[in-house]
Design a binder for this molecule. Structure first.
Ligand SMILES: C[S@@+](CC[C@H](N)C(=O)[O-])C[C@H]1O[C@@H](n2cnc3c(N)ncnc32)[C@H](O)[C@@H]1O
Length: 404
């Protein structure tokens, strides 16, 4: 049975399913879901690029920021990074390699935990990190099926698995998530209600059911009530995930990088109906084609994420663009982290282009946003982090340009 037939069977047995259930089956069905299958998803041979696929500089620059965070925490003997949805682990690899090379004191304190729910990607991570896992430097714990929203009475869902941290709760923690929240199933709302997927003959068809109280509250607080043909997404699973991880943190930071929006932008008419499918590097607004063979994503509602982090005792700092964040970290040494391995001018030129793609508005620099949260750390100390301070030294930043 293929995934389409499996979804059809569920609809025929149980009736129309919520869009989030459809998206969950497409992405996370344990055998046939997009992230469960062995096919390549990332990079040139796959369906999409993430920042770590572009160049190791993304992980290297972030390693610099994590070291800065470790210093802000008073250089503790131990610090844990918990990466949510590490995929095939390129980012973690770059952070570990660069920290070992450039920041040996920080590296000694660092423990890296990989929170990956996909069985096939966990297999890849287990072989990529076999040595550091054996040495106790990296952990790859099994996600648990416990429901982070235990009070809601919902059954635990595959896509809402959570990972326990490896070190004791009092050890400072940095939670990092790049393109994690955009991959979590969402509900789709319109003025007709909440989207359900049904079958007519052999085709999936859309229907609308009355929105739940929880969905309407989400729209009231963090989004808007769409009118006419407009749609918007309600990210209940993202809310549950961030709430779980923020609550578990005693002292530390949250760094969420993703494409997304704020409520203000939605009120200005942008980021409505953001569900998209990706296959072999082309984007389509149709999530019903080829279930299990294409990625499905929705933009992240940063207003909602920040609010839930705050409800769990975190301070959510001003939302930045990826460009501002990376320039803030990289400006001091003119992105030397990117160019270090380049021997020839052609290599430098290639790396400059890759860096440009990560940083400039025409590339990923303005589409992606960075939300930094902190807990249990003096705000003045957090505000001193380089990533939050692009442009602090206008003179220095005006002395170099990406096109050199
Ligand atoms: C779009 S990919 C991003 C991969 C990686 N962060 C990158 O930037 O290349 C999303 C990842 O999140 C994982 N994921 C989804 N739900 C998860 C959950 N509840 N816990 C852990 N990982 C999850 C998926 O399996 C997938 O590897």
């Amino acid at each position: 049975m293929n995934l389409r037939q499996k979804i059809e069977r569920e609809i025929r047995e149980r009736g129309p399913i919520p869009f989030s259930r459809y998206m969950e089956l497409c992405l996370y069905d344990p055998e046939l879901g997009y992230y469960s299958r062995n096919a390549e998803k990332f990079g040139k041979a796959g369906d999409f690029y993430t920042s770590s696929d572009v160049h190791a500089v993304f992980g290297r620059v972030l390693a610099r920021q994590f070291e800065d965070m470790w210093r802000a925490l008073g250089e503790p003997e131990q610090m844990e990074i918990l990466e949510l949805g590490p995929g095939r682990g390129l980012f973690a690899q770059d952070v570990l390699d660069w920290s070992e090379k450039k920041f040996p004191d920080f590296f000694r304190a660092l423990h890296y935990t990989l929170a990956e729910s996909s069985p096939s990607l966990r297999g890849q991570l287990a072989s990529r990190f076999r040595r550091p896992i054996e040495a106790g430097k990296v952990s790859l714990p099994n996600p648990t099926g416990e429901d982070p929203s235990a009070n809601s009475g919902q059954a635990a869902r595959q896509s809402n698995h959570v990972t326990r941290r490896a070190l004791a709760p009092e050890v400072p923690l940095v939670i990092f998530a790049n393109e994690f929240f955009d991959a979590l199933p969402v509900e789709v709302l319109s003025e007709k209600g909440s989207l359900r997927i049904n079958m007519r003959g052999q085709n999936f068809v859309e229907q609308w059911a009355p929105a739940s109280a929880e969905e309407l509250e989400f729209l009231d607080r963090y989004s808007l009530h769409p009118e006419g043909e407009a749609r918007t997404e309600v990210a209940v699973l993202s809310q549950q995930q961030i709430s779980h991880y923020a609550e578990m943190m005693q002292t530390g930071f949250f760094v969420v990088i993703d494409y997304g929006y704020t409520r203000e932008e939605q009120l200005a008419g942008r980021h409505l109906g953001t569900v998209m499918a990706y296959r072999q590097h082309s984007a389509s607004p149709n999530p019903y084609e080829a279930p299990g063979e294409q990625d499905i994503t929705a933009h992240v509602n940063f207003t909602a994420l920040a609010a839930v982090a705050r409800q769990n005792g975190m301070h959510a700092h001003k939302l930045l663009t990826q460009s501002q964040f990376l320039l803030g970290i990289g400006e001091a040494n003119q992105f030397a982290d990117a160019f270090e391995d380049c021997r020839l001018p052609q290599e430098r030129a290639k790396v400059a282009l890759q860096l440009k793609h990560l940083v400039t508005p025409a590339g990923m620099g303005e589409i992606f946003h960075v939300l930094v949260g902190s807990k249990g750390i003096h705000l003045k100390t957090v505000e001193g982090l380089s990533g939050l301070n692009f442009g602090r030294d206008a003179f220095r930043s005006s002395r170099w340009s990406l096109s050199r």
